[in-house]
Design a protein around this ligand. Structure first.
Ligand SMILES: Cc1cc2nc3c(=O)[nH]c(=O)nc-3n(C[C@H](O)[C@H](O)[C@H](O)COP(=O)(O)OP(=O)(O)OC[C@H]3O[C@@H](n4cnc5c(N)ncnc54)[C@H](O)[C@@H]3O)c2cc1C
Length: 428
């Protein structure tokens, strides 16, 4: 232990050491009390090498933590936690951004903004760039530019034997393939990511609301329309209930078109809305920040599934009836566009033929999450986003990876033969 601490640029914390109680806890309240035996906060690639070698020697259970958002608690452990939040640093040369694995999305967007660049990535400002990218990366520019992992051009990784490799299309291509969309923490510790960025657009912020009324019609219209909208327009739909008030639907998103063309395009969808607000001319990073939820993430449970066709009217009615009790939310994310113009086996992200993603979000102890998921599952494709891992899934391997399963196992055999990077529902 003393040797480990002496070798590091970063720090080691164990339960009785000063600073242990201040170690950043996971974002999801459900995992806040899972406390590691030891935390190694890495500040350099050589720290990561020392940490990996230490865990190999001790045989401890291991978890890697970037932004700490994992819905299934995979970045929490009672063994050794390798905390990567100290691996910061973002540099931009031309169109290429080199980003330390500890960076979070807010910092990524604001730094890229100063170069007039951005990435298609998620909304949560504290989400880690590495965790997001390794599982795919869905966001408001995705229908135009694809997943975050589709913009990845190179990755530095510390492997299970402590060696450091750089991978790209032409170097360690199978590892590079697996790191684009199978989910984090499975093949090595990512220390640096290189992306081909895109120009930061001026965008129009879209928000419309329906309070009560015929929400079935709103959901049905969204399903039929949003996944086929022009790539420049991404609008997602959230239907939420609070006790004692009518269920409310909110359409929110971004358009790369001006206010007039955006309003015209949206007209068939929003004609019945109680309110619609369009704000044109926002730099994309500003638009993103307006959708950040200041409440953080309480102890929630979330289950999800992809859909390759619209749900039936009966399924939609049942979902809305079950939602009504309060404290519950279903959220629809439009896929299609550039997400689906990539072959299913071109990267490890296998879900390239889906129209939308549906999340069921409720309190950790609310059985409604399972009921609502089961109701929708009748019409679902059986596919699940690897960044939304779901401990309740039965056939999880085909749900996350579909036809890419056996190739992922081969990559695992080649790069982590002793299964150092192992967790529940991980490639094994
Ligand atoms: C509030 C909130 C908002 C979200 N918004 C979006 C969104 O808009 N779009 C979207 O696509 N997803 C979104 N997600 C899901 C998010 O992409 C995943 O939870 C993602 O895995 C989070 O990464 P993290 O680094 O923050 O979390 P962590 O829990 O730290 O990591 C997630 C997984 O990646 C592994 N990992 C982390 N860093 C590394 C590394 N350097 N090397 C290897 N493995 C690593 C961890 O071990 C773990 O298995 C959201 C989640 C939350 C809670």
């Amino acid at each position: 232990m003393t040797d480990l601490a002496a070798d590091l640029d970063g720090e080691v914390f164990w339960p009785r050491s000063p600073g242990y109680d201040d170690v950043r806890r996971p974002v999801n309240g459900a995992y806040r009390d899972v406390r590691p035996r030891l935390v190694i906060r890495c500040r350099s690639v050589s720290d990561v090498v020392s940490a990996v070698r230490y865990v190999r020697r001790t045989g401890d259970r291991l978890a890697l933590r970037g932004g700490g958002h994992c819905f299934a608690g995979r970045s929490s452990t009672d063994g050794v936690l390798i905390d990567l939040s100290g691996l910061g640093g973002i540099s931009v040369v031309g169109e290429v951004a080199t980003i330390g694995a500890g960076a979070r999305l807010a910092e990524v967007y604001s730094t890229l903004h100063s170069y007039g660049r951005t990435l298609p990535a998620g909304c949560g400002p504290t989400v880690g760039i590495a965790g997001l990218t390794l599982g795919g990366g869905i966001g408001l520019l995705g229908r135009r530019y694809g997943l975050t992992c589709d913009r990845l051009i190179g990755v530095q990784v510390v492997l299970a034997d402590g060696s450091v490799v750089d991978c790209a299309e032409d170097r360690e291509p199978e590892l590079f393939w697996a790191l684009r969309g199978a989910g984090g923490g499975q093949f090595g510790v990512v220390t640096v990511l290189r992306f081909a960025t895109v120009p930061e657009p001026l965008a129009t912020r879209v928000e419309a609301r329906w309070s009560g009324g015929a929400l079935e019609d709103v959901v049905s219209a969204w399903q039929a329309w949003a996944p086929d909208a022009p790539d420049e327009l991404t609008v997602n739909l959230c239907v939420a209930s609070e006790p004692g008030v009518p269920t409310e639907a909110t359409l929110f998103g971004a358009s790369l078109l001006g206010e007039g063309p955006t309003r015209e395009l949206l007209q068939p969808l929003v004609s019945s809305a109680d309110s619609i607000e369009l704000r044109a001319g926002l730099p994309f990073h500003r638009l993103k920040s307006t959708f950040a939820d200041p409440r953080g993430v309480p102890a929630v449970r979330m289950r999800s599934e992809f859909f390759s066709h619209s749900m039936s009217a009966g399924t939609v009615s049942s979902l809305l009836a079950q939602l009504a009790k309060g404290g519950r939310e279903i959220a629809f994310t439009a896929m299609g566009g550039a997400y689906n113009r990539v072959a299913e086996d071109a990267t490890a992200f296998a879900h390239r033929g889906e129209r939308f993603l549906l999340e069921h979000i409720g309190a950790a102890d609310d059985p409604w999450v399972d009921e609502s998921w089961a109701t929708a599952h009748v019409d679902g494709s059986g596919r699940v986003y690897p960044n939304f891992p779901d401990p309740a899934l039965g056939d999880w391997a085909s749900a996350y990876h579909a036809g890419n399963c056996s190739r992922l196992v081969a990559v695992k055999d080649a790069y982590d033969p002793d299964r150092l990077f192992t967790f529940f529902q991980g490639v094994s």
